[in-house]
Write a protein that binds this ligand. Structure first.
Ligand code: 5GP
Ligand code: ZN
Length: 115
């Protein structure tokens, strides 16, 4: 599986940086954002290193579908009952800070810090 030794999320996948995990399987990991914008804020990432959404192609379609399909299930498990927001920031103009593909899933009562 593709891995980037300098990537902070690859280090989280490898257990080299601790995280509060919400879900894990062979292909995906979900963990709580260290700097949450909302009462519940998790990041869903593929375990394979893919830098951005723009680096995905048809071969990633199933993985992307699984990332999206995980969101409602996780929000349910985490007690979010009144809706949530799913966001993928891509590239400099998209405000992406960590260059390992990730989907933000944010829920819980408003107001939120950002967004
Ligand atoms: P981006 O702006 O790239 O879409 O979002 C990156 C997110 O990763 C930010 O919300 C930031 O708080 C989160 N983040 C960055 N480093 C870490 C870390 O080491 N652990 C966790 N749990 N979240 C992180
Ligand atoms: Zn990575």
């Amino acid at each position: 599986m593709t891995h980037d030794a300098n990537c902070i999320f690859c280090k989280i996948i490898a257990g080299q940086i601790p995280s509060r995990k919400a879900y894990e399987d062979e292909e995906l990991l979900a963990f709580h954002d260290i700097n949450p914008w909302a009462p519940v804020h998790v990041l869903i990432i593929p375990k394979a290193h893919v830098a951005t959404l723009s680096d995905t192609g048809p071969e990633h379609a199933a993985m992307l579908g699984r990332m999206l399909a995980l969101a409602p299930r996780l929000m349910g498990e985490l007690g979010v009952t009144n809706g949530y927001r799913t966001v993928i920031n891509t590239g400099p103009d998209g405000g992406q800070e960590v260059y390992h593909l990730h989907m933000h899933v944010m829920g819980g009562p408003r107001p939120w810090l950002k967004g």
